[in-house]
Design a protein around this ligand. Structure first.
Ligand code: DGY
Length: 319
């Protein structure tokens, strides 16, 4: 058996494949693999480890001749046409749960960063502009403020938990369905999308990217938010209309933004958002800890081996 990875996989993945006598090739080029390059390689393999690479219906149909598994190293799977994969009999899996804590940590970090303008102030130090200010460039206290969680899965829950424990924040949330665990454990309140927009001091986005959530944070949504509000995104860049976000921040319609994900990725260094004082941007590092990447790599390889042996994957996303 021979598998291909669209980027370099964690060490554990390589080791476990070796133990199971499965050969691995990885994409080593500096640029992300193109559709054409991928289609040239696919016929030589039995399975693919997918790291953010797009698998549309055309590639899926083409892959179905020989590919027995698409094992994703991510919780998000909007890059794969799962409906087509199911139709063509290709099992697809993701890596849920193992990255919830580390991704929530990044949401929590961005929240504090924006509230206290940490990146902006760090840049002042780097620029030789170390100065104590008493009235300018002030941040705000998170203690006792309202956190609105948009999309309350495991990552949203951990973010809410951290925020409650550290800052005694009042938790409200909007989700496809109500979550009794979070309501009981964190005294959280389910609200409509409009109520979430109107009542939150900080909104943290944790939804999947779907046709319903794409650009849901748009001009209209920003109009409904508090002028003092901060928006945090660790899910997918496309959930926010970035041009509308820039206008909302620039005009003072909302106060700040912390983004670990952008649209597109990578964000270009001359993006005007980066010049704003109340904006903090990270290069999609939600799951980037040694522990989490190891756990993701292990789960992904377990899924791959199961599928290559014709068994049901541990964390499949096909219905
Ligand atoms: C995920 O797992 O979906 C993270 O955002 C990494 O892509």
């Amino acid at each position: 058996m021979k598998v291909f990875a669209t980027r370099k996989v964690p060490k554990i993945t390589r080791e476990l494949l070796e133990q199971n006598q499965i050969e691995l090739d990885e994409w080593h080029e500096n640029h992300s693999i193109t559709k054409h390059e991928l289609m040239e390689l696919i016929p030589g393999y039995d399975g693919i480890f997918v790291m953010s690479t797009q698998f549309d219906r055309e590639i899926i149909e083409f892959s179905s001749k020989n590919i027995k598994a698409l094992s994703l190293l991510s919780v998000g799977f909007e890059n794969v046409d799962v409906k087509a994969a199911t139709e063509f009999g290709i099992p697809v899996s993701n890596t849920p749960d193992v990255l919830s804590e580390s991704t929530a940590d990044i949401a929590f970090l961005l929240m504090q960063n924006v509230a206290r303008k940490a990146f902006f102030n760090y840049k002042r130090v780097l620029d030789g502009n170390w100065k104590r200010e008493f009235n300018d460039h002030l941040g705000f206290d998170l203690s006792g403020k309202t956190l609105g969680v948009f999309g309350l899965g495991r990552i949203g829950f951990v973010t809410a938990k951290r925020s409650k424990a550290a800052f005694d924040m009042n938790i409200i949330y909007h989700n496809r369905s109500r979550n009794e665990e979070v309501e009981n454990e964190l005294n959280a309140k389910y609200v409509s999308f409009d109520e979430l927009l109107a009542q939150s001091d900080v909104i943290s986005i944790h939804s999947a990217l779907t046709p319903e959530t794409e650009m849901i944070f748009n001009k209209d949504a920003f109009q409904k938010m508090k002028n003092s509000a901060v928006i945090i995104n660790t899910s997918r860049g496309k959930v926010i209309d970035e041009k509308a976000l820039y206008e909302a921040l620039k005009s003072g319609k909302i106060w700040g933004a912390g983004l670990d994900v952008t649209d597109p990725e990578p964000m270009s260094a001359d993006n005007p958002l980066l010049a704003l004082e109340n904006v903090a941007v990270l290069p999609h590092i939600g799951s980037a800890t040694k522990e989490t990447r190891t756990a993701m790599g292990k789960l992904a390889v377990e899924n791959m081996i199961l599928a290559l042996n014709g068994k049901r994957m541990k964390t499949p996303v096909n219905p």
